[in-house]
Design a protein around this ligand. Structure first.
Ligand SMILES: Nc1ncnc2c1ncn2[C@@H]1O[C@H](COP(=O)(O)OP(=O)(O)OP(=O)(O)O)[C@@H](O)[C@H]1O
Ligand SMILES: [Mg+2]
Length: 505
């Protein structure tokens, strides 16, 4: 049964007073009114007064107690609705303690709700950013593949032109052909540099990777970058102690950092600060990369910055906000290609008016791998009389290369694929050297052929040539050449493979 405080108090007071009042009434009732002395009359009046006072007193008391109770009920309702609860002082110790507990609970609840909302919002932002990064990197990857494919085809064409022009130059009798032929070779040279650049940004260019100590590399580069940036910009380098080495092509790293510095210079026309920093990356800084240790290199400027829309596109090949003739839009694509080829990635964060930071994430090299092989670079050599097996799937390039090598005194046999090459070697095992393209259709590529030959005929040197190579893990066991390869370099490499100890394994 539920009874209100007011009723309880009333009952309590009446139960205490009732016997006394009853006794007083009984005494009065035994006495006739005429015989009532003034004293009895006073007792009767007093009893009546007492009853009235007791009733009003209990009502007042009940009111004093129930008001704080209502306040507590109100506070509990606010707590339930998630609203702030005031810490009311009621004057009743127990009620004040409950009110304080309710107010504290409301505070705690509000804090944890705000915390939860913050965490949910941060998780949503992280997911969105990750999705954007993935779709951006897929877009750039697709552009890179396209660029790489075009550059590969272009390289083969340049190879045909280069070898043909070289042949004609050596044997053309008419003097008037010499100048156009020299111009052709120069144009091929320029073209091949362009294709190298395109292949580099498509991360498909052969690289000469070795472990690089960033403390050495960045400090050595500082003076060069200071010269690039000019006196109005201060260049600082900070490499954290214990930063692991990275396995990269040192020239490509230098090119990437120079490209980033040039961008920073353009973004700081009045000068400023350029900071190069390197340290081990934290696990939460490499969300979309395969597991492993990474090194973070950042290049920061306090220049003009770039808006969010443009920042999302900067790594796309040919994206530039500069005026025609001022920028090609290839530098950041090179930076991304370099990082991807090394097994990492690149990111750009920018705040308009405050500056830009480009971060390179590169896999840490915890152990020291073997040093990369030298690339043959010697003056013209004779390969007269060498029996050479040429493995090349592009007919035009094979034809012109065969013609070139035959003119130089080589006895050339051709195979269009590794299987054909293996058949020829089985029939006639007297070759002095094998010259093979790396990228070939079908199951086995040039590198696979080279590995099989190392098992079958360990004394037969193999020279690999490609402009489309992914860096094979054990490439330094073979001589590697870039395509298109200038004939003098090709001859030197073949000569060294046949004669020199460096190419034999
Ligand atoms: N540090 C930077 N501050 C502000 N914007 C930058 C910065 N670095 C790059 N950008 C923006 O990214 C775009 C692309 O840069 P990227 O280096 O690839 O090409 P580019 O500098 O325009 O031309 P180039 O190929 O000659 O270097 C730039 O046009 C510029 O808008
Ligand atoms: Mg640039």
């Amino acid at each position: 049964m539920t009874v209100s405080i007011r009723s309880r108090l009333l009952l309590l007071v009446l139960s205490v007073l009732l016997p006394a009042i009853a006794a007083a009434l009984w005494v009065i009732s035994q006495t006739p009114i005429s015989a009532m002395t003034p004293a009895v009359q006073q007792v009767a009046l007093g009893a009546l007064l007492l009853v009235v006072l007791a009733v009003f007193g209990s009502l007042w008391m009940a009111r004093r107690i129930s008001a704080p109770m209502h306040a507590l009920k109100h506070a509990a309702a606010r707590l339930q609705a998630g609203e702030p609860v005031a810490r009311n002082i009621t004057g009743i110790v127990e009620c004040d303690a409950v009110a304080a507990a309710l107010a504290a609970a409301a505070d705690g609840l509000r804090r944890s709700r705000a915390e939860l909302e913050r965490e949910v919002a941060a998780a949503v932002i992280r997911t969105r950013e990750s999705e954007q990064r993935i779709s951006r990197s897929q877009h750039i990857e697709a552009l890179g593949r396209l660029t790489g494919g075009v550059a590969h085809e272009f390289n083969n064409l340049l190879g045909v032109i280069s070898n043909s022009a070289y042949l004609m130059q050596r044997h053309a009798t008419a003097a008037e052909f010499q100048a156009p032929l020299a111009a052709t070779l120069r144009a091929v040279d320029v073209g091949s540099r362009l294709t190298q650049q395109l292949l580099r940004l498509a991360a498909q260019q052969p690289v000469c990777a070795r472990p690089v100590d960033l403390a050495d590399a960045l400090h050595e580069l500082r003076d060069l970058l200071q010269a690039v940036m000019g006196a109005r910009t201060e260049v600082t380098v900070a490499v954290a102690a214990g930063t692991p080495r990275v396995t990269v092509d040192a020239n490509e790293l230098e090119l990437a950092l120079t490209n980033l510095s040039l961008n920073a210079r353009d973004a700081m026309p009045l000068g400023g600060h350029l900071r190069l920093q390197a340290r081990r990356a934290h696990a939460d800084e490499v969300p979309d990369l395969p597991a492993g240790n990474f090194v973070l290199i950042t290049v920061s400027d306090d220049g003009l910055g770039i808006d969010d829309d443009a920042a999302g596109r900067v790594f796309e090949p040919f994206f530039t906000t500069k005026e025609a003739g001022q920028g090609t839009g290839l530098s950041l694509a090179q930076v991304m290609g370099f990082c991807v080829q090394a097994g990492g990635t690149a990111r750009l964060t920018s705040t308009e008016g405050l500056g830009t930071t480009v971060s390179l994430l590169l896999p840490a090299c915890e152990e020291a791998p073997a040093l990369a092989a030298m690339s043959p670079r010697t003056p013209e050599h004779s390969i007269d009389g060498a029996r050479l097996l040429l493995v090349e799937d592009n007919d035009d390039l094979a034809e012109v290369t065969e013609a070139l090598l035959s003119r130089l005194g080589c006895e050339v046999q051709r195979a269009a694929d590794p299987q054909g090459a293996l058949r020829l070697i089985a029939d006639e095992p007297a070759f002095d050297v094998v010259l093979s393209d790396i990228k070939m259709p079908g199951g086995m590529d040039g590198l696979g052929l080279a590995r099989v030959l190392r098992e079958l005929c360990p004394d037969l040197p193999v020279v690999l040539i490609s402009g489309y190579a992914e860096q094979p893990a054990d490439h330094d066991d073979f001589v590697m050449l870039d395509k298109p390869c200038p004939p003098t370099k090709l001859i030197a490499a073949l000569h060294e493979a046949i004669e020199g100890p460096a190419a034999h394994h």
